[in-house]
Design a protein around this ligand. Sequence first.
Ligand SMILES: *Cc1c(COP(=O)(O)O)cnc(C)c1O
Length: 416
Amino acid sequence: MSHCPADTTGPAVAAPAVTAPVRERALSLPAEELPAYLYDLGALREHAAAVRGALPERVELYYAAKANPEPEILTALSPYVDGFEVSSGGELAHVARAVPERPQAFGGPGKTPAETAAALAAGVPRFHVESAHELRMLAALAAERRASGPPVDVLPRFNLPLSDGALHTSALSMGGGPTPFGLDPSEAGEVMRCLTDGSCPRLRVRGIHAHLASGLGAADQLAVAGSVVGWAVRLFERHGVPLHEVNVGGGMAVDYADPAARFDWAGYGAGLARLVADHPGLRLRIEPGRALTAYCGWYATEVLDVKRSHGEDFAVVRGGTHHLRTPATKGHDQPCAVLPVDRWPHRWPRPAARGDRVTVAGQLCTPKDVLARGVRAPGLRAGDRVVFALAGAYAWNISHHDFLMHPRPGFHFLGG
Ligand SMILES: *Cc1c(COP(=O)(O)O)cnc(C)c1O
């Protein structure tokens, strides 16, 4: 995806409503301590409680740690989630340190023998198995490392076709076509036989896992969940094995063009309640990442320079996409709000925008270092502060921090 050409006439992305703790900290930090990631933990707890409250019984909520694994975030979420989904040995060890004793599910492609052995040794109760090879490796290692005690629970991950035509949107598709994720449905028979004919004695198949797409609204998510559950029910019936749980993945939409919008958790929860009502005894599990933590994170910075280039205004801020890569990766404008600062402590003149719309760029020597275009900011001045919203997921931890060797941002956990 690439950036759209600068839009200086159409509607600007709506400015986000900056929460009080974020506004206060973004304005009170000295300029040298910017940029900074500000995490509103009070807002995070409130949001997580609302998500949890919208989900019926028999639907477990796991947090996909890869979206944002900061220990303070994991700790704040912990009371509202049933566990954590980890996708590497590194995440597994990190989550175990940050939120000890909380259940983990170990997923993700390309698990190494060492990671798998470490997860078995750590007592991780549940594995999402990505391939037939991985199943054979896990079976062999479990026979050695978990020779006694309860068997290891396994959910094979299937890359099921998204054939229902029910999907209206799908930003990042992880399934439904050729991908490196999960098992091809044609391998289901072999995998189920291996898990039920006694050849994997230390493994116990509980159900299936399917994380097929990201960026889906509630109606699409429900359509996917319904078809995944239906497929799993038929598979387990064919093999005469009880189906205990189905993990329907994450991927609940975050709308970067509308920072006030939220995934319809109430509608989704009501739909899941109907689905579990149709299948007594079945547990569902979801494992969102982005839609849980995106909203609590803000990237606050200061305008360093304002200039006009070929008829357009540009603001250069401290930091950039090496700290907040999300807009470059997803090809969007990161929603932001300007916090004007009247004080100008310097002896030299203060530059200001001449037009209404400004493109906000970072300090990197590459045209890709653009955080937002078409920002409505008439008269924006050097020294004003800008806070970028929706920076709590896939933001700092996916960014290329060392490019150009600028200083790292600060990290502030507000309301902790
Ligand atoms: C990334 C991922 C998630 C979380 O996806 P979000 O889009 O952040 O909700 C959940 N499950 C699996 C297997 C993933 O790879």
